[in-house]
Ligand binder design. Structure first.
Ligand SMILES: [Zn+2]
Ligand SMILES: [Zn+2]
Length: 175
């Protein structure tokens, strides 16, 4: 989605559209350690307002992502509900602003050809909002390093003290 700066009226412009799920396919490989898949289209609402020398963009994202828990490898679905804002300046402004490209200017964006690439901003925000190490729950116990059992579903035998001598004996049987 490209937004033509000339078409933004003085009173501002509101834009609603859907970013298709398959445009996020690259997330399966990059950006998120365990891989992520956007589960459906991302609903995007954007407001654009002319400011002196640039365009103020504020927006909301709504959707969901399918991910793998980084501890137990369970499939999880993470809701994406996120607000963002950018101050978009024409590309030519980079020269003048160069000395100010510090952390606090992270929400700056530059556009050229009179068009703001809304899709690029949406992709940047989606990558930002997805957790680097997704967890199915805060206290996920993960997998047993010995047998690979999912410890959220109960202890595995490796963790249990042999309380029964017969079981202990069974454990020592070599097959
Ligand atoms: Zn987990
Ligand atoms: Zn185990």
């Amino acid at each position: 989605m490209k937004l033509s700066v000339d078409k933004i009226p003085d009173e501002g412009l509101a834009l609603n559209y859907r970013e298709p799920a398959d445009s996020f396919d690259y997330l399966k490989k990059e950006g998120v350690e365990a891989g992520a898949e956007i589960a459906g289209p991302i609903n995007v609402a954007v407001q654009a307002q002319k400011r002196s020398g640039g365009i103020a963009i504020s927006g909301q994202l709504q959707g969901s992502a399918a991910m793998t828990c980084s501890r137990c490898l369970d499939e999880i679905t993470e809701d994406i509900s996120h607000e963002f804002s950018y101050n978009c300046l024409p590309h030519e402004a980079i020269q003048e602003e160069k000395e100010e490209l510090t952390m606090e200017n992270m929400d700056l964006c530059y556009y050229s050809g009179g068009e703001i690439d809304i899709t690029a901003l949406v992709h940047e925000q989606v990558a930002l909002v997805l957790p680097m190490r997704p967890l199915c729950k805060e206290d996920c116990k993960g997998l047993c390093p010995e047998c690979g059992a999912n410890l959220n579903k109960g202890d595995c035998w490796c963790r249990k003290e042999p309380v029964d001598l017969r079981l202990a004996a069974l454990k020592n049987i070599k097959i």
